[in-house]
Structure formats: C-alpha cells, structure tokens
Design a protein around this ligand. Structure first.
Ligand code: 173
Length: 504
C-alpha cells in the first residue's frame, strides 16, 4: 500500500462520493476507484451507489477477497478507515428475501433429507432470489440442463447375480490421488451467495469424506484461503478460466502448482458466457432507479448482465489449441480440458499430450442443445477404440463427465462406460446453501450409502468389476426419454416441495 496504512476518517471518505472522485471502503480499507469505474466488469453504477461509503456487504459474496487489490494500483489503495467513524449503509433487502431468511429457521431437520434432490428443494426455499437465479440458471430454454439429467434415464443396468458381495469397495484414484468414490466436487463460482462459508464448506466436507474438491477460479474465497482450509495431505484440483493477460494466468497456474494442486482443469467451453436468462432478469427491476437509463425509459434498460456475465469479461475468447504448448511449458501439473463435447476434440487433446478431458456442457449453462457428457462419453469411448485401439479407463488419458448427476447409479453408469470419475456441482452448492457444512457432509454420505447398496445390487465388488456389459447404452443417442409418464405414481408421490415448514 503506497501510503502504508494512512488512517483516514469516515468523514473524509464520504466527501469522495461522485464520478469525479470516488472512494469506497471494503473490509476497513479505503480505495480510490475513480479511474477504475469504467473498467469494473460489473459496471460503474453499482460502485457509484457506494461512492464515499462502505461497500463490503455488497462486495463480499460476488468477489474473491483479493479481487480489489489485484485490480487496483498500489497508489489507489489509500489506507485504513476507523469503521466507528463510518456511517452504516443499509443494504436493501427485499421483502421476498426477508421471507427467505425467515424460512432458514424453518427448514426440516437434515435427518429428513434422503437424496441429493432434496437439497435442491430446500435451497430453492431459502436462497435469495439472486442466488437461486445464479446457481440454478442455465442457457436459453434450459433444454440441455434438463437433458443432462434425462440422458441417464436412457441407460439401464444389466446386473450380475450370485457373486459374493459381502464387502464392496468403491474407492479409486483420480490423477494419482486416492478418492473414496469415483466422484469429485466440481468447480462452481460464487459460493458465498449461498452460505457465508461458501467454498470452505466443500473443502472441509471433502476432507472428511476423502474426495477431491476442484477449486474454481471465481470462488468467493481466495484461492489461498481454500487451500489453507484443507486438511494435511488433502488433494485439490484447480479449475482455470484463462485470463486475457497471460502474465496473470501464468502467476495463477504456477502459484497453484507451488501450493500442491494436483490437476489443472482448463475451462474450454466458455469463450463467452451463455445467456442464463433467469440470472439476467435479476438485473431488471423497473422500480429500481439503478435500472433506469439516462433517458428514463425502462425500454432502454441494459438487461444483458447477471451475476456471471458481470464478472466474466476477463476470460480470453482467443484461447486456442496453440496455447496448450505454453501451458505445458509453465506447469508440470496434469492438464485436463474441461468442456469437451465431441470425440474429435477429445482425440486432439490426447494427441497434444493432455492427461484427460471433462466431457461436459458446463451444467447446461453454455451452448444450448449441446449433448450431455454421458452421451458424449459413449461416442468418445467408441471412437478411441476404433481409431486408436485405446480402451477406458486408461491411466494415461482420463475421461471425466459432469452434468445432471444426482445418484450413485448415475455415477456407476459413467464408470461402467469408461469414466475415471464424475464431477458433481450444483447439488453440493444446494447442500451448503440449505445446511452449510452439515449439508455437504450429508450429501457425500448419501452418495456413499447409495454406492454401497448399488454395487451389491449390480454384483460388483470393486470398480474394476463395473464393466461396460453392465449397462445397456443402446438408446443413448436417441433424444427421446422412452419412459411413459406415470400418472398414478405422480399423483400420489409427495415431493419435499409440499413438505410443511416447521412453525416458528
Ligand atoms: O457457469 C458460470 O456461471 C461460470 O462459470 C462463471 C463464469 C464467469 C463468471 C462467473 C461464473
């Protein structure tokens, strides 16, 4: 800090409250953001709302803690403020969000949660509108989002009988790291929108259950805070959004390697963020003066943002195959491309020396009508055998899948078809949004219980015995779910949606 901690009074900060001179306070530090206003990925309006004031509460859930110090020059970091001299800014909370807060106290006991879907039901009730919109939204009409889950309905088991399944073991290794099950917690951004401990809930529960957490580039906690929260020996991966500024990317990658990260998952399906309209609509509130343009006509309101788009402008749309060599030159971590959607690109990744690919469509949040990861898995496995004589699982090149996974049976289908492991994203955020650490702990335990039972019922004692012959995938490329509607069942089944909330 250039003025090495000059103590500034709240009164002085308050005078810098305009576009011409705009200071803000975040976590007790004062920043001169006048020259940064037009560079702020989320726009200048939101900063100007806090000009001369304390912006911490607004800032916290949607920025990694070091975002501000990374973006501002040392001379723009002015010093500290005595918070007692600062007038409190009330963050406006809508009545709907107040009601949601109240519902937190009325959640059913966690003992009532039986499966991963249940967390989503509770999360929808207790999350703020903004958080629910950001987490749950997907591209356009959300067809791919639904297809991700539906695709698993086109795969049916061919179990084996009369095998001694007194003990079953579903542990495995992922990129050389032991894992208690063929599941990892995949990267999802902005954890603090759901719970104050955000991603740290995932770190702690992963440690307890012996699974691997993939740390997102856009976590609400800083990368180091998440690594520091890990237990000794706990393995973590890093999901990377490649910054247009290669120097920043290099620093992030090399720092991750120094901190012991075991795999670099480079996101390759997001040169531009998809339209998540549920998220984008959050920005639009005709009553909100922030949303009225200078012309005063709500018809001109910029609806093009949303939490994700607002903070994604740093991502390099120019990223291409030639950059792989550069990544290989700056790190020895295994490099995995996350977001591969056809066998041609999987083969290219293999030929260029990557250690694997994640067959993924970004949770249905990017290209609408991209196929599900599990469908692409079948294609990739078939083509690698046909064109290269390579079979899976394979220690030299790993296939991962994510999207739509809610049950251990989904994971077992992917493993049978050749996946090393499967990434689970939204269900874990819903778990901590609903119950914090306990939610993630329970979610992982549910998966383990489901694995144990389903391995027995499949007739597989280890994951090696979960083989392609155990799954009938003949229908996977048919984009029709051939399960007839079950009206009698549907009319009697009561989901948690209609569960009664406890009286306060
Ligand atoms: O899916 C996302 O929301 C995502 O990956 C993202 C990308 C940029 C900014 C925030 C989130």
């Amino acid at each position: 800090m250039s003025t090495s901690g000059r103590l500034i009074s709240g009164k002085e900060v308050a005078t810098h409250n305009s576009r011409d001179s705009c200071w803000i306070i975040v976590h007790g530090k004062v920043y001169d953001v006048t020259d940064f206003l037009d560079d702020h990925p989320g726009g200048s309006k939101i900063i100007l709302k806090y000009a001369g004031k304390d912006a911490t509460e607004e800032y916290d859930p949607i920025h990694p803690p070091d975002a501000i110090t990374t973006h501002l020059k040392p001379e723009q970091q002015l010093g500290s403020v005595d918070l007692n001299t600062v007038e409190k800014v009330e963050v406006t909370v809508s009545d709907a969000d107040k009601a949601r807060q109240a519902r937190l106290g009325q959640r059913p006991s966690i003992d009532e949660i039986l499966n991963l879907h249940d967390f989503e039901t509770i999360a929808k009730l207790v999350l703020t509108e903004k958080a629910w919109a950001y987490y749950s939204s997907a591209a356009d009409d959300e067809i791919t989002n639904r297809e991700n889950h539906a695709a698993y309905h086109r795969l049916w088991f061919r179990p084996r009988i009369l095998r001694d399944v007194s003990t079953v073991d579903f542990s495995t290794t992922i990129l050389g790291c032991p894992s208690s099950m063929p599941v990892y917690i995949t990267a999802t951004a902005l954890g603090k929108l759901g719970h104050p401990d955000g991603e740290l809930n995932l770190t702690r529960a992963s440690a307890k259950h012996g699974v691997i957490q993939m740390i997102p580039t856009l976590a609400s906690y800083g990368f180091d805070e998440i690594v520091d929260a890990a237990a000794p020996g706990q393995n973590q991966f890093l999901q990377l959004y490649v910054n247009k500024d290669k120097a920043i990317t290099k620093r992030i990658v090399q720092h991750a390697e120094e901190r012991g990260i075991k795999g670099l998952f480079i996101t390759v399906d997001a040169p531009q963020l998809g339209r998540r309209e549920k998220d984008m609509r959050q920005k639009f509130d005709a009553e909100d003066p922030d949303n009225v343009t200078t012309s005063g006509q709500s018809g001109n309101v910029d609806r093009s943002q949303g939490a994700a788009r607002a903070i994604s402008s740093f991502i390099d749309p120019g990223l291409n195959w030639n950059d792989l060599k550069w990544f290989q030159s700056i790190t020895k971590m295994p490099i995995i491309l996350k977001g591969v959607q056809c066998y041609e690109d999987a083969l290219e990744a293999y030929d260029q020396g990557c250690q694997g690919v994640v067959l993924s469509n970004h949770g249905g949040r990017q290209l609408e009508f991209s196929r599900s990861g599990i469908e692409v898995l079948v294609e990739v496995v078939t083509k690698f055998k046909e064109l290269r004589g390579i079979t899976f699982p394979n220690e030299k090149f790993h296939l991962f899948v994510d999207g739509g996974v809610r049950r251990a049976t989904d994971v077992l289908k992917a493993v049978a078809l050749g996946a090393t492991a499967v990434g689970i994203g939204r269900p874990m955020i819903y778990a901590f949004s609903a119950y914090g650490y306990d939610g993630v702990d329970k979610a992982l335990q549910i998966l383990k219980d489901e694995f144990e039972m389903n391995m027995r019922l499949l007739g597989a004692r280890t994951l090696k015995e979960v083989v392609p012959e155990m799954v009938d995938a003949s229908n996977i490329h048919q984009h029709v779910v051939a399960v007839p509607g079950d009206r009698l069942y549907d009319s009697n089944y009561e989901s948690m949606q209609s569960a009664r909330l406890k009286d306060v």
